[in-house]
Design a protein. Structure first.
Ligand SMILES: [Zn+2]
Length: 586
């Protein structure tokens, strides 16, 4: 028996040596294979956002990831016979951009009947009504969507009479979902007149003579049947998503955080993913109502069959979201103190009014606790300072039970973080999803409503970044395809330009002390966006091993005149090494 055992042992030894040799050969060949790039983009000015090497000339890509980032000579070493080589001709390359707040499906559906013009004045609203009236049957309501009075040059809502001038023989609403102006025809149909009592949950605005002006604030039951939008089929949702992702690619966006879907929306994402047709990496927020008792609110969280992080590099379950107040554009953001006397732009006068807290405080606490227990990243729409403080109270309550430090609980919008809120957020590891373009479009009006003192806390990026709070850049895009005319504009360079210059729509610069640098602005749309979705190790910068998402742009982002930043256009967009957009001129 002994020799046999010895033989087996010897064989084992030989086999081990042999296996070792095979392993060595495999490693060597893997190393050689790994060093051969699929594609090399060289002769560029690469702004990497990679700390170890902030600028480079070239990148090599293999298997959808960056293989090498460095000088032309270093990177071209990875070329093999099959490698595709692209000369960038000195163009600037940036990491693929991440928009931390979009609504791509509803934005695409807003134009399914054709382009929707931008509404910058009451005349624009009237022109649209006339145009719709010419092709819509008389019994069908004409709904003008997303009419925000602060964004109209008149700084007020149109009156019923102004709508009548455009169409008086059919129902018309100029609407933003919260406030709606109806024409005289529809007022008649609704049987609203000077004698109509005020609803408990809103206001029918009446003029000096006691006649309704057509403006109805809140009271959703009054207009519910007229606001009802056409529902979309499952395949229409998928198609809408696909088209908007292509539009995002054209704007240089390679990843986004969808800020609110339900089960139907998640299915649309899954279907596009199944077909292999996603072109924007998507981190999708699940929205719940948070209404009812705290126990009911908790049950709403517990019913969802997944938590944050489930998915892959293309599609991932994002955060859990509630909507805690209204908006600064409609005068319903929940402030720390009353709006005051200068609220004519919103159509009301109510000096003691602070806005709407739409989810009870105790529910917010219970949702934060449940989210923390189950492994969710939580976020909440909070536009006013008052609602931000209520949210931070709830995050602190959850944190007392179990640390939320590494959970990256989020503030969505958070327009008014004062020093205390910034310090509390920093302590909790709370991150922000902010919309710099709102400062550009709305700061002059909001300043007139709230006064210069309160405006100091409006989107104070310098203070936030200096305190070490992570702020991601987003658009809150919800209507239209056009990246600059959309509500809200989602062109990332338009947003970066605002954060860099603090320039507003009327040419003024408000709170220049809150300006940030170009690199900081770029970080908001790259690494910080990746941080919000726990993906900063796989994207947000151009460095070896990360996903090969990049853009080639029309101007030198770091050195072009500041005012030209807003005109920068992507020429080429790669997601996972694959070209998803190439400008015709390139
Ligand atoms: Zn939103």
């Amino acid at each position: 028996m002994i020799p046999v055992v010895r033989f087996v042992l010897r064989l084992n030894k030989h086999m081990k040596a042999f296996a070792g040799l095979i392993l060595l050969l495999m490693t060597v060949s893997a190393m050689t294979a790994q060093e051969t790039a699929d594609a090399i983009y060289y002769n560029g000015r690469v702004v990497t956002m990679w700390e170890a090497r902030p600028t480079a000339e070239a990148v090599a890509i293999r298997g959808g990831r960056f293989l090498k980032v460095g000088s032309n000579a270093e990177v071209l070493q990875t070329a093999g016979a099959e490698t595709k080589k692209i000369d960038l001709g000195g163009r600037t390359v940036l990491p693929g951009l991440i928009d931390s707040h979009t609504h791509p499906i509803s934005a695409a559906l807003s134009e399914r009947d054709g382009p929707l013009p931008a509404f910058n004045s009451i005349a624009d609203v009237q022109a649209y009504i006339r145009q719709r009236a010419a092709r819509t049957p008389k019994d069908q309501v004409i709904l003008v969507p997303k009419v925000f009075s602060p964004r109209l040059k008149e700084r007020r809502y149109p009156t019923r009479y102004e709508l009548d001038a455009a169409a008086s023989d059919r129902p018309v609403i100029a609407d933003n979902g919260y406030a709606g102006v109806v024409n005289s025809f529809l007022l008649d149909k609704l049987k609203i007149n000077r004698d109509t009592p005020q609803p408990a949950n809103g206001k029918i605005i009446k003029d000096d003579k006691g006649e309704p002006t057509g403006l109805i604030l809140g009271a959703p039951q009054l207009l519910r049947d007229w606001r009802r939008e056409r529902t979309a089929t499952a395949s229409e949702l998928v198609e809408a998503l696909k088209r908007m992702q292509q539009a995002y690619n054209r704007a240089g966006i390679t990843s986004t955080i969808d800020r609110g879907q339900d089960a139907e929306g998640f299915r649309a994402y899954q279907e596009l993913h199944r077909r292999g047709e996603l072109t924007v990496r998507s981190y999708v927020t699940y929205r719940i109502s948070g209404q009812g008792t705290p126990q009911q609110a908790r049950a709403e969280v517990e019913r969802i069959p997944f938590v944050t992080g489930w998915g892959d590099d293309w599609l991932r379950a994002g955060s859990l979201k509630i909507v805690m107040d209204g908006g600064i554009l409609i005068g319903t953001a929940y402030l720390r103190e009353p709006y005051g006397e200068h609220t004519s732009v919103y159509g009301y006068h109510d000096p003691g009014y602070r806005g709407v807290l739409a989810v009870p405080r105790e529910n917010v606490v219970e949702i934060a606790r449940a989210a923390n227990e189950l492994g969710w990243q939580m976020t909440a729409h909070v536009t006013g300072g008052g609602s931000l403080d209520v949210l931070l109270d709830a995050y602190e309550a959850a944190d007392r039970e179990r640390s939320i430090r590494d959970r990256r609980f989020t503030v969505t919008h958070g327009n008014f973080p004062n020093e205390q809120a910034i310090a509390r957020a920093k302590k909790l590891g709370v991150v922000f999803d902010c919309q710099p373009m709102w400062h550009h479009l709305d700061a002059p009006v909001i300043k007139d409503v709230l006064g210069a003192e309160r405006m100091k806390h409006f989107l104070p990026f310098r203070s936030m970044l200096d305190a070490g709070v992570v702020v991601a850049g987003g658009s809150d895009h919800m209507v239209r395809f056009d990246p600059r005319l959309a509500t809200n504009p989602y062109h990332p360079f338009f947003g970066m330009w605002m954060a860099i210059t603090r320039q507003t729509v009327d040419g003024s610069v408000i709170n220049p002390e809150q300006r940030i640098t170009r690199i900081e602005a770029l970080r908001m749309w790259t690494l910080n966006g990746a941080y919000l979705s726990f993906e900063e190790k796989s994207k947000g910068s151009i460095e070896p091993g990360k996903l090969a998402d990049l853009i080639v742009v029309s101007k030198d982002f770091l050195s072009c005149p500041a005012d030209e930043i807003k005109e920068i256009e992507p020429l080429l967009t790669l997601v996972g090494g694959k070209e998803v957009y190439r400008a015709a001129v390139h």
